[in-house]
Design a protein around this ligand. Structure first.
Ligand SMILES: Cc1cc2nc3c(=O)[nH]c(=O)nc-3n(C[C@H](O)[C@H](O)[C@H](O)COP(=O)(O)OP(=O)(O)OC[C@H]3O[C@@H](n4cnc5c(N)ncnc54)[C@H](O)[C@@H]3O)c2cc1C
Length: 348
């Protein structure tokens, strides 16, 4: 039977496909409900599925985004199946406006998959940001030494987990010393409004690179389900930025509205020095941030690479093989310890 529901061809193309992220993770769009047209229908509280001009829908979607009229976006929903290292899950789970059902380590055996950062993403502690890493990768030598140590401690942790299971210790106890690098997975359902909020925070360069890798794939999925909402999000949220009162006052010293339309430089406007900006009430940090706000960021490209998309069965088999007791998982093999060199960029 043909569905009466509105569907989007670009979303149908990826539905149920698995996109790899990091060394053993993935994101799959399991289901979605609605698209840009549903944002408009909800905003207008329309009858039925009448079609309107795309330009009219685009204008409305952009107006809603600019004016923070967000509830129509809550009418569009996304259901994902994702697998991520535990430390990524801990950051992800802070977003409280989604419904989650996570893989149970009390009920099921944990796959012995461990995340190992690739050489390109292995960096020293940032000197300017306590909560981050340097942009430049650390030396290959240091990376190799780290991987060697990780391999060793992971073999130990995996061995202890397997031994406890063999001794019939409860799974909920056997798993307690598995490291944060092991993978968990969940179903995650969220509406478009809250998903865009999540993506704004998690594709941002301040977020940890590993969670950004997941958010970037999900942004590519949003682009396929609701391209106009995605475009408005990029323009008004991701690359847009609000100005504070003092910042507006500073800018108003430099430019003004042109009576014939548009804006023009204010007569006699000159350079506003950092000292003057601070004199107006901005902190030195705000002065730096204002300069950043005024340099337009480049448009991100979250386009999905369809050649990476994998079948659910194939991914499921891989996860099953990593569980202790399976043909491959038994005998202390640690997947992803990374003793072999994987120095290419990687990530999703
Ligand atoms: C770069 C970065 C660094 C971070 N560092 C830390 C850290 O060091 N330590 C730490 O603990 N956390 C940290 N966080 C987590 C952060 O503080 C937020 O908890 C997380 O980003 C979720 O944001 P949120 O509450 O806006 O999102 P959601 O939980 O998705 O909520 C969405 C929105 O719903 C509303 N909302 C939801 N629940 C409530 C509520 N109970 N009351 C009122 N309004 C609500 C709010 O408007 C909220 O913005 C970090 C986050 C980022 C992005």
């Amino acid at each position: 039977m043909q569905t009466k529901r509105p569907t989007t061809p670009a979303a149908e193309e990826i539905l149920g496909g698995y996109f790899p992220v990091l060394d053993h993770g993935f994101v799959s769009l399991v289901d979605y409900m609605g698209s840009d047209e549903d944002v408009e229908r909800a905003a207008r509280v329309s009858y039925g599925y009448g079609t309107r001009k795309r330009s009219a829908t685009r204008g409305l979607v952009r107006y809603l985004r600019r004016h923070r009229h967000t509830t129509p976006l809550e009418m569009v929903e996304f259901k994902f199946h994702c697998a991520m290292p535990m430390f990524v899950a801990r950051q992800w789970v802070r977003h409280r406006t989604a419904s989650i059902n996570e893989y149970s380590g009390r009920y099921s055996l944990m796959p012995l998959l461990f995340y190992a950062p690739q050489a390109d993403h292995f960096a020293l502690q940032s000197r300017s940001n306590n909560q981050g890493r340097e942009d430049e990768a650390a030396s290959r030598e240091l990376w190799r030494a780290a991987v060697e140590r990780w391999d060793r401690s992971r073999r130990e942790a995996a061995g202890a987990y397997q031994w406890l299971l063999e001794e019939d210790v409860a799974r909920e106890l056997a798993r307690i010393d598995l490291p944060l690098s092991t993978y968990t997975q969940w179903y995650w359902k969220i509406d478009l409004h809250n998903l865009l909020h999540f993506l704004t925070l998690r594709v941002d360069p301040h977020a940890q690179w590993e969670i950004r890798a997941f958010a970037q794939v999900m942004a590519g999925m949003v682009k396929r389900v609701a391209p106009l909402s995605y475009e408005a999000w990029v323009d008004y949220d991701l690359l847009g930025s609000p100005f504070s009162r003092v910042e507006r006052e500073a800018l108003a010293r430099l430019v003004e509205a042109d009576p014939h339309g548009g804006i023009r430089p204010r007569k006699g406007a000159t350079v506003l020095s950092s000292a003057e900006l601070e004199g107006m009430g901005l902190s030195p940090r705000e002065v730096r941030e204002l300069a950043d706000k005024l340099s337009p960021g480049s448009r991100p490209d979250f386009e999905l690479d369809l050649s990476l998309m994998r079948e659910a069965d194939e991914v499921a088999r891989e996860m099953a093989r990593a569980v202790p007791g399976s043909d491959v998982g038994a005998g202390g093999e640690v997947n992803g310890g990374g003793s072999e060199e994987r120095e290419d960029g990687g990530g999703g």
